[in-house]
Structure formats: C-alpha cells, structure tokens
Design a protein around this ligand. Sequence first.
Ligand code: TRP
Length: 355
Amino acid sequence: MMKLYKDLKKLLAKKAHHFLRRGIFFSHRDIHNILNLHEAGKKFYLYTGRGPSSESMHIGHMIPFMFTKWLQDVFEVPLIIQLTDDEKVLWRDIKIEDARQMAFNNAKDIIAVGFNPENTFIFNDLDFIGQCPAFYQNMLRIQKCVTYNQVKGIFGFGDSDVIGKITFPSIEAAPAFSTSFPFIFENKVLPCLVPCAIDQDPYFRMTRDVAARLKLPKPALIHATFLPALQGAQHKMSASDSNASIFLNDGPKQIKNKINKYAFSGGQPTVEEHRLMGGNTSVDISFKYLTFFLEDDERLAEIKKDYESGEMLTGELKKIAIDTITPYIQAYQKRRSQVTDEVMQQFFKIRKINV
Ligand code: TRP
C-alpha cells in the first residue's frame, strides 16, 4: 500500500512530458494496461531501438530516446535498446564491419541522452544474438507463427527482396518478449512497453499477433511523430543530407547557419505584409522545432501569439530557435564527450538487472 501511494505521488508530482502535452507522442496501443500494472505495483520493462545508419545522429533521432529516458525516470524500470546493425546490412549497401562500428558510435550518442547504466541494457544484433540461445529460440518461435504471405502484406516485400529481410521482423520482435533475456529477467514473463516512431508500428502489430499465439503478453506501444526536415514538414529528415537537419555534433555556427539559411519560414514575403497578416506557425519550421525543444508552455504560447499577430518577424523567431537549440546541443555534447569505451561497455555487459 505504501509503495502504491509513493508511486502515484511521484507520477502526479511530475508533469507530463512536453512531448505528451504537445502531441509529439500522439498514439498508443494498450498503454492503459501498463499504467494499471504500474499502479498495482507490478513491473514491466521498456524496449526501443535504432537502426544505425550514419556516423552521427541528428536531433530527430533523439526524440524517441529523450522520451524513453523520461519514461525510465518516471517508472524506474529496466530498459532494453536494440541496435539493428544487421537490418542496415540487409537494407543498404553497407558492410557488416561498418554497420557494427556505426552501432557502437550510435550507442554512445544514445547513452549521452542520459540513460541509467544500472537498468539499461544495450545490444547490437551482430554481436549479441549469437551469444544468447534464448533470443534465437524466440526468433524461431516468432518465425514459425508468420507466413510469407502475412509478412508480404505487412511490409510489402516482393520477389526481388533478399531473404534476410523476410526474417528480419522476427529479430525486431524478439526483444518485446522478456523471455529473450533470461540473464536479465530469469525467465519471468514481464509485459513490455515500446516507445517508437510511428513507422515502426508494423513490426509491433505483427509482434502483438504473434504474442497471442505464443501465449505471451502483447507489447504495449506509444508512438511519436517525426521531427520535420529544416526544409519543411513534407520531408522526413534524412541522416545522409547534412543540410536537412541539425546533427548532434554540429557547432554553434553550423546550427545558426542552418536555421537561418534552411529553416522553412511561415512568414510573409515582405515586412509590411508580415506586420499586416502575421506568420503561419503551422508551417514554420523554427516554430515547430521550438515545440520540440522549448519546454516552457507559456513562453511558447507567447511566441505563437506574437508571430501570428505579425509583431514578431521571422528573423526574431529564428533567433529564438537558435538560442534554444544551441545550448541544448552543447549540453548534450558535453555529456557525449564523457561517454568513453568503458562507459559504453557497462551498458553492453550481459548481466542481471534489478527489476
Ligand atoms: N528498425 C528500427 C530502425 O530502423 C530500429 C529498431 C529496432 C527499433 N528495434 C526497435 C525502433 C524497437 C523502435 C523500437 O530505426
């Protein structure tokens, strides 16, 4: 009883994350199951991941991880992070050795978000799966539940896709079952919550179908939208286009130049027109980025009002975006510089985690 009371108090004391308040995490499957479990003092775990695809990550990649860190802090549960270096070998023209290296670089970028080494396990598929028979056995159980016809329907695979792609969904699904990690969970069956970007939902629709057949708990999900590219909301940020996004290793000058030069503006063509008609915050990328990175609701509302009334000009709005994002990235870079190989190895160590 005492514990339930403490948990509730803690939950209520913490304001919902601004990603929730602003609909950046906007949909879910079965999240109430997880909240009910938590209220009843029962345990669950978090699982998320990343397909390492470039040497350095951009701020869009960080959104699910920033939110996952918040979930981990609020719920104090184990977190598992899968780095699908194998996925990138299958989908792109990338060599196995290079994909592994990217996984380790990305792991450091992810750790610098601030995850707790006590209850976070990070693995890359290429190194881990061969060491963990229980994981492979779950992969096989999953593979046995899904036909080619189903996987084709879910992912759109065709005759010229390599066969590795067809089995890959079982690799992304397996971590959603606690029995894949006996060294952490000691074969206990714990429910799982997966924070992810919305494009990963097909994997977990499949996983939820399979769970029912394997008599294991269906993973719950919470989905994020994408941070748009600097050039506008129609583009998804691409890691290979250095001008489409702000990278975690960009310096203050680059951040300033990129926002000034590329951030799509909802302002009017001339100052006169702008003063008269005001700016459009629903297409303005500097404003959009502020909704992701400026936590203060009142300040954000004020900026919206001033920009839409024409009182605030695009240059001024861009300056606020630059002044908000730059210190954020700099603080991140300071943490990143402290993530040594030894720090990283703590997270990758196959070990028991207190549930
Ligand atoms: N397929 C994801 C990507 O390309 C990586 C991933 C693996 C993942 N497991 C996950 C993402 C679980 C979210 C949740 O980025």
